[in-house]
Design a protein around this ligand. Structure first.
Ligand SMILES: [Cu+2]
Length: 484
């Protein structure tokens, strides 16, 4: 069992042995750095053991829950590498349920299709008791993450998530850096997990958690240097929550979206769905002052975390965000691009279920990779009708190297964070709001919104394309693109 004291003790041990590194990373109870073993110049090996680990997180108020995690002692492990390094991962599946096979998907990374970690489609899944491996060199800097790609509502719900950070994008190093992972937990008042998916939630906006957390804590207070420029790598790793992220008490700028550097944008607030990441640079308060990380999505804003300034001022003068280095990428040729519409809609069943205003039905998702019910579809194709093992036709066939514009059309009254594997979208425009130019692997499509995104088709293979509200994904809003 992992107690708060042990978690904090673990952090303290690490900080005393590598003080400089700790100062830069500032990880807390919930997010711990994974120390990869150097195996050769420019390579790193990381070992995971996917298992159930009864854990008492600070946000569980002393209760112990059967979390599923990648490593002993780490709630959300952080793998940190330099651009150009090669990552070799070995993992053992020690999940406690027979048939609970697993594979690891590296979210946002433009890596070879065979390393993409989608069961049956890019690899055979790894059964309990078996081991698997990945071997790739991340091609871009940024804040990425990794997770399994089957029974995801439960796997995310139990905490099976880690961060992958590829360094090398900073022109002007910040004074400190913090990794914050926002995730709710669905826990009963008695302190047990509630069903991770319900028909009512899956057919609407998703089944919400009951406890909010950042790095496994409720409203953590993070000590930061005073009047300093700090980098926040903020992750929304909740299965369903849409949030509107901003700060109170400081100047802040968005420096990257989904790991992709952009011209710094003053941060008022930024709407984030599941799986989306935001890199922020902010100026901390003078000594003794506090800056608050807020979620402005609901009518009454919620404080997610506080940053309390300690020690002498690091900087004076005006706050100016230096841009990150932008990784080279092939620009979309908009005038030559082929346009492909993708309509995200409810199925007849989904519409019927959503119309019933009953509360949670308490029904678990039965089979592993997919629900045995379909509420959602892309271009009228609902994924569970196909199954991972018995692929239907792709949603589109693209030619590697050619430009495309995807017209993402939301025919539903709900938001959908639309994610593509192995590629990065150039977000071009929306019919509902002004969007600055940015690149992203997960694009939040608001109710009734139509967004155009460009992409240059990458490596040949079958690439998943789905909503990242995990219950929507598992109830039909999933498909794949074939690149030839
Ligand atoms: Cu969705």
């Amino acid at each position: 069992m992992l107690t708060r004291r042990q978690l904090l003790a673990g952090a303290a041990v690490f900080s005393s042995s590598t003080a400089a590194s700790f100062a830069l990373t500032g990880f807390r109870a919930g997010a711990r750095e994974v120390i990869g073993h150097p195996i050769a110049t420019g390579a790193k090996s990381v070992a995971f053991d996917l298992a159930e680990r009864p854990t008492a997180l600070p946000c569980f108020n002393g209760k112990t829950l059967p979390l599923w995690t990648f490593q002993e002692g780490a709630l959300f492990p952080i793998v940190r590498m330099k651009l150009g390094e090669r990552l070799k991962t070995r993992f053992k599946n020690d999940l406690p349920r027979p048939g609970e096979h697993a594979s690891i998907h590296w979210h946002g990374l433009r890596i070879p299709n065979r390393e993409d970690g989608v069961p049956y489609m890019t690899q055979q899944p790894i059964d309990p008791g078996q081991e698997g491996s990945y071997d790739f060199t991340p091609p871009d800097t940024g804040s990425f993450f990794f997770h399994t790609h089957c029974n995801s509502a439960e796997h995310f719900g139990r905490g099976l998530i880690g961060a992958l950070i590829i360094e090398g994008d900073e022109i002007a190093p910040p004074d400190a850096e913090y990794v914050l992972m926002m995730k709710d937990w669905r826990v009963s008042p008695e302190g047990t997990f509630l069903p991770f998916s319900t028909d009512d939630g899956a057919a609407k906006a998703g089944t919400s958690g009951t406890i909010r957390s950042v790095n496994g804590e409720t409203k953590p207070v993070i000590k930061v240097p005073s009047s300093a420029d700090v980098r926040i790598r903020f992750y929304n790793v909740d299965p369903v929550r849409i949030s509107e992220i901003g700060f109170e008490g400081c100047e802040a700028a968005i420096i990257a979206v989904d790991g992709n550097g952009l011209n710094p944008l003053p941060l008022e607030s930024w709407r984030m769905g599941p799986a989306m990441r935001l890199d922020i640079l902010l100026r901390t308060a003078p000594e003794g002052g506090t800056v608050r990380l807020m979620d402005f999505f609901s009518k009454i804003p919620v404080v997610l975390a506080e940053f309390k300034s300690e020690g002498p001022a690091k900087r004076s003068g005006k706050f100016t965000a230096t841009p990150l280095k932008v990784m080279p990428y092939e620009k979309v040729n908009v005038s030559a691009a082929e346009r492909i519409p993708f309509e995200f809609s409810a199925t007849a069943t989904g519409a019927a279920v959503a119309a019933l205003s009953q509360t949670s039905s308490g029904i678990y998702i039965g089979s592993l990779c997919l629900a045995n019910r379909t509420f959602w579809a892309i271009n009228k194709q609902a994924w569970p009708a196909m199954d991972h093992r018995n692929l239907g036709p792709p949603l589109a066939v693209l030619k590697s190297g050619q430009s495309y514009i995807f017209e993402l059309i939301n025919r539903t009254p709900h938001s959908h964070p639309i994610h593509i594997h192995g590629h990065t979208f150039e977000v071009l425009n929306s019919n509902r709001r002004h969007l600055p130019p940015f690149r992203a692997d997960t694009v939040l499509l608001l109710p009734k919104e139509r967004i155009e995104v460009g992409l240059v088709a990458g490596e040949p293979g079958k690439w998943m394309f789905h909503c990242h509200i995990l219950e929507h994904q598992e109830a039909g809003m999933m498909g794949y693109i074939t690149v030839v």
